[in-house]
Design a protein around this ligand. Structure first.
Ligand SMILES: Cc1cc2nc3c(=O)[nH]c(=O)nc-3n(C[C@H](O)[C@H](O)[C@H](O)COP(=O)(O)OP(=O)(O)OC[C@H]3O[C@@H](n4cnc5c(N)ncnc54)[C@H](O)[C@@H]3O)c2cc1C
Length: 442
C-alpha cells in the first residue's frame, strides 16, 4: 500500500489517499477487507471527488484483461480496468466500436458503468448501461454477485450512475457496434445563436451523433453561438480513395502535451473570450461536410495530454446539468447570460440533446431534454457563480451529473435524484465510500 496525493480530472479537491492496485480479481476482496473503507478507481477521469477516499482507493487499472469475444453477438467480456481505448485498439480493426462513448477514450469499463456515461448519441442509443449484458459485482459483504436485468436486478440498475458505493465491478459483458470503417461522416452547422443551435438538434433527431460547441462568453445577439457537429459512421463508399485501402485503421494522431500548469494570470475573461471567438471563427470556415477519423471526431481533447493543467494548479470544476425540454431554452439562455456577465466562462461549453431516461436506473444522469457542460477554474467567484447556476437548474426541474461534481450539496442531489437516493440508502455500507459519497450522504 502506498499513500499518494490524488484528485479527479479537475484536480480539485486533492487528497492524500492510501492506494492499492490489485492485479487479479481474487486480490480485490483481500484489498477491500484490509482497508477500513475504500472506493474503486479507474482512470480518474471523473472530474471531482468520486474516486478518492483518504482511507483507501482500489486502483482497478491492474484488472485489464479481455476475457472473451463473441463476434456473432458482438459481445465482449472484459475485466473492469480495461479502457475504451483498449477496446477500440483491439476491436476496431475487426470492425467493432463501442455503442456509447464519452468524450474521452481513457475511461475504464468500471468507471463507464459507475457513471452510466453518455455520448453524443444518447437521443438514439441511450447510455452505457443500455449496452451492458451483465457484470460481476464484489459487494461490501465480500460476496461476488452476477448482476443482470433478471439476476439481482436492483443491484444491477443502481450500480449505473451510483458512482461506486453498491460494489466493485470486477468484469462486465458489453455489446459493441459493427462498423465498416474507422471514420465518421461529419456535417457542421454554424449556429449564430442559442436558438439556432437548439433548432439544429431538433431538426436532426435521427442523426446518430450530435453535439454543439458553444462560445459561452459571446454576448448580445451572438449569445450561444455554436458549431454543431452531426455524425454518422462512414461506410466504405463514403471514403475518399486514399482511405479505402485500410478503412478500419486510420493513421493515429500525434499526442501533444501541456508542459506545465498555466500561471494564474494567463486565464482571464479576455484570453478565454479571445480563444473562444477564434475557435468559433476557425470552425466556421471550411467545408460543411467532411470525413474525419474516429479519434478526431469523438476525442478531440485526448490529443492534448494533461490538458487539465491548462486551468492552473488550483484546478477546475466542470458544471454539467440536465434540463427538461420545456424549460431548457429559457434556462440555457439565463445561464449563458449569467456566465457571460460574470466573465467566468470556460474554453467552450458543450451542449447535447438527451433522449429518453432509463426508467429502471434511477441514478442515471440523462433525462429527456438538453445537457450543458462547461469548466470553471476554481475561484471564489466561480464557486458563487455555480451556486447561482444550481438555483437555475433547480428552478428548471433539472439535475447535476455526479461524474463531474465536486461541490454540489446533498439537498441538490436529493432534488435531482429523489428515487435513486432513496433506493440506494439500504445498500450503503461503510466499507465502500468516496469523499463524494460522504459529502452527499450517498
Ligand atoms: C475529457 C473528458 C470528457 C468526458 N466526456 C464525457 C461525456 O461525454 N459523457 C460522460 O458521461 N462522461 C464524460 N466524461 C466523464 C467520464 O466519462 C466519467 O467520469 C467516467 O466515469 C470516468 O471513468 P474512469 O475509469 O476514469 O473512472 P474514475 O474517474 O476513476 O471513477 C469514476 C467513478 O467510477 C467508480 N468506479 C471506477 N471503477 C469502478 C469499478 N470497477 N467498479 C465500481 N465502480 C467503479 C469510481 O468509484 C467513481 O465513483 C468525460 C471525462 C473527461 C476527462
Amino acid at each position: 500500500m502506498i499513500r499518494r496525493e490524488i484528485s479527479g480530472w479537475g484536480r480539485y479537491p486533492r487528497e492524500v489517499c492510501a492506494m492499492v492496485q490489485p492485479r487479479h480479481p481474487k486480490a480485490v476482496p483481500v484489498a477491500l477487507s484490509e482497508l477500513t473503507s475504500a472506493i474503486p478507481r479507474g482512470m480518474g477521469r471523473s472530474y471531482g471527488d468520486s474516486a478518492i477516499n483518504p482511507d483507501g482507493v482500489i486502483d482497478m487499472r491492474g484488472l485489464n484483461r479481455m476475457i472473451s469475444f463473441d463476434p456473432d453477438a458482438a459481445l465482449l467480456v472484459a475485466e473492469a480496468g480495461v479502457t475504451l481505448a483498449d477496446v477500440i485498439a483491439a476491436f476496431l480493426p475487426r470492425g467493432f466500436f463501442p455503442m456509447v462513448t464519452p468524450g474521452s477514450k481513457f475511461v475504464t469499463l468500471g468507471g463507464a458503468i459507475a457513471a452510466d456515461v453518455h455520448g453524443k448519441n444518447h437521443h438514439v442509443d441511450g447510455s452505457f448501461g443500455d449496452h451492458v449484458a451483465w457484470f460481476d459485482l464484489l459487494c461490501p459483504d465480500g460476496e461476488e454477485r452476477r448482476c443482470d436485468p433478471q439476476t439481482n436486478p436492483e443491484l444491477f440498475n443502481l450500480t449505473f450512475g451510483g458512482m461506486g458505493p453498491t460494489g466493485i465491478v470486477l468484469r462486465a459483458a458489453i455489446w459493441l457496434r459493427r462498423v465498416e470503417t474507422g471514420y465518421i461522416r461529419q456535417r457542421r452547422i454554424v449556429a449564430p445563436d442559442l436558438a439556432a443551435a437548439m433548432q439544429a438538434f431538433e431538426d436532426h433527431p435521427d442523426s446518430t451523433y450530435s453535439v454543439a460547441w458553444i462560445d459561452c462568453l459571446a454576448r448580445g445577439a451572438s449569445r450561444g453561438r455554436s458549431l454543431v457537429y452531426l455524425g454518422e459512421h462512414a461506410r466504405i463508399e463514403d471514403l475518399p480513395d486514399a482511405q479505402t485501402a485500410d478503412p478500419l485503421r486510420p493513421r493515429p494522431r500525434a499526442l501533444r502535451q501541456v508542459p506545465m500548469d498555466a500561471p494564474p494570470y494567463s486565464l482571464n475573461r479576455w484570453t478565454v473570450s479571445a480563444f473562444n471567438a477564434a475557435y468559433f471563427r476557425a470552425g466556421s470556415r471550411g467545408p460543411d461536410h467532411a470525413v474525419v477519423d474516429w479519434d478526431r471526431y469523438f476525442y478531440p481533447l485526448d490529443a492534448l495530454r494533461d490538458w487539465n493543467r491548462i486551468y492552473g494548479r488550483k484546478g477546475f470544476a466542470q458544471y454539467q446539468c440536465a434540463l427538461p425540454p420545456d424549460t431548457a431554452a429559457d434556462t440555457l439562455a439565463e445561464m449563458l447570460e449569467a456566465i457571460g456577465a460574470a466573465g467566468q466562462g470556460s474554453f467552450l461549453a458543450v451542449l447535447k440533446m438527451f433522449g429518453a431516461a432509463a426508467p429502471d436506473r434511477p441514478m442515471s444522469f440523462p433525462r429527456p431534454g438538453y445537457t450543458l457542460a462547461l469548466d470553471f477554474p476554481i475561484s471564489d467567484a466561480a464557486l458563487r457563480l455555480m451556486d447561482l447556476l444550481d438555483a437555475m437548474t433547480r428552478a428548471a426541474g433539472g439535475r447535476l451529473y455526479l461524474a463531474k461534481d465536486s461541490r454540489m450539496t446533498a439537498a441538490m442531489l436529493r432534488l435531482g435524484y429523489p428515487e435513486g437516493v432513496a433506493a440506494l440508502a439500504p445498500w450503503r455500507a461503510p466499507q465502500l465510500q468516496s469523499t463524494q459519497s460522504r459529502r452527499l450522504g450517498l
